[in-house]
Design a protein around this ligand. Structure first.
Ligand code: FO1
Length: 308
């Protein structure tokens, strides 16, 4: 199937799988992923970009499918040694993965932008899909929770997203701007896809970068989102809990409400077919298909629905 240029607003695993499936169904060089950087952090003096790396490793076929992050066949000698030293070893950086963070951090210290470094890493991995961090500025998603303020990875990894969140903010986002490449991709692509990533903590930080929401709103007829919630449950991560905690219904209807005014089409799972009429009543077109991408044929079917 051929359909001009497609831009996919992307978080981590769900987006990575969709991008891989889309690459099977259309020319990968026509695909651009605009990727969340609100999860990024500096640890051990290294800049770590989990969503960019998860997508890059997945598209290169090098991802660790069991963990859902990092590289397959990874070893952990550095982390084990750091742990023995009493260092910060709660956020596990594999020995080979560390090379990515070392390279990125060195290039950033030399004055390269995150966009440039992402392109360099992509070339090294021979990626055909273009990955763009939504902004080159520093933004950070933070949680106000029952145990106090937590950075994204403290909430997600240290506390295993098990504490109640009262609000989520993206620090520094008002002062940030999208890169020129991101604006160009969003303006020129024939279709904009919102991946089945967490709406509140993966997609919203992208939408909050000044200018992005305006373009998406103006282009809503060309915007298709895939619900990450199936039968009230997120396949991975805390999207269902967070929707509930932050005032949305934990269902594909809640996802439709969250994206109200931003999307022309929502793809929901067959298990949620009963919700289609109430979503369509809000003016959003609904496509019902299999949205679980564990099996390759299902992933390709979803990709075809996105491209249709
Ligand atoms: N997730 C974990 O649950 N535990 C980890 O120790 C961990 C380390 C890690 C290192 C590099 C990287 O790129 C991702 C990593 N992740 C880890 C995943 C990451 O925290 C989240 O899945 C994403 O930020 C959410 O999209």
């Amino acid at each position: 199937m051929v359909l001009g240029v497609i831009t996919v607003l992307s978080g981590g695993v769900g987006a990575a799988r969709l991008l891989k499936a889309l690459s099977d169904e259309t020319d990968p060089s026509e695909l651009t992923a605009v990727v969340n950087v609100g999860d990024d952090m500096v640890l051990h003096g290294l800049t770590i970009c989990p969503d960019l790396d998860t997508i890059a490793y997945t598209l290169a076929g090098l991802n660790n499918d069991d963990l859902g992050w990092g590289l397959a066949g990874e070893t952990w000698r550095v982390m084990d040694e750091l742990d023995a030293l009493g260092g910060e070893a709660w956020f596990r950086l594999g020995d080979r993965d560390l090379a990515t963070h070392l390279y990125r951090s060195q290039r950033l210290s030399e004055g390269a932008t995150k966009t440039q470094v992402t392109a360099e890493l992509g070339r090294h991995l021979k990626l055909r899909v273009r990955l763009l961090p939504v902004t080159d500025d520093s933004i950070a998603t933070v949680f106000d929770t029952e145990v106090g303020e937590l950075s994204f990875q403290e909430y997600f990894v240290k506390h295993r997203h098990g504490v109640v969140a009262r609000s989520v903010t993206v620090r520094g986002v008002e002062q940030s701007s999208p890169s020129p490449e991101v604006i160009d991709a969003l303006e020129r692509s024939e279709r904009i896809v919102i991946a089945p990533s967490n709406p509140l903590i993966s997609i919203d930080p992208i939408l909050q970068v000044p200018g992005v929401r305006d373009i998406i709103t103006r282009r809503r007829d060309d915007v298709v989102a895939v619900s990450p919630i199936i039968n009230g449950v997120a396949l991975k991560g805390p999207a269902d809990r967070l929707l509930g905690e932050l005032g949305y219904e934990a269902s594909c209807v809640g996802v439709a409400n969250f994206y109200d005014g931003l999307i022309g089409t929502l793809i929901i799972d067959e298990a949620d077919a009963r919700h289609a009429p109430s979503i369509e009543a809000t003016g959003i077109r609904v496509i019902v298909t299999t949205t679980i991408m564990a099996e390759r044929e299902n992933a390709r079917r979803l990709a075809r629905a996105v491209l249709a």
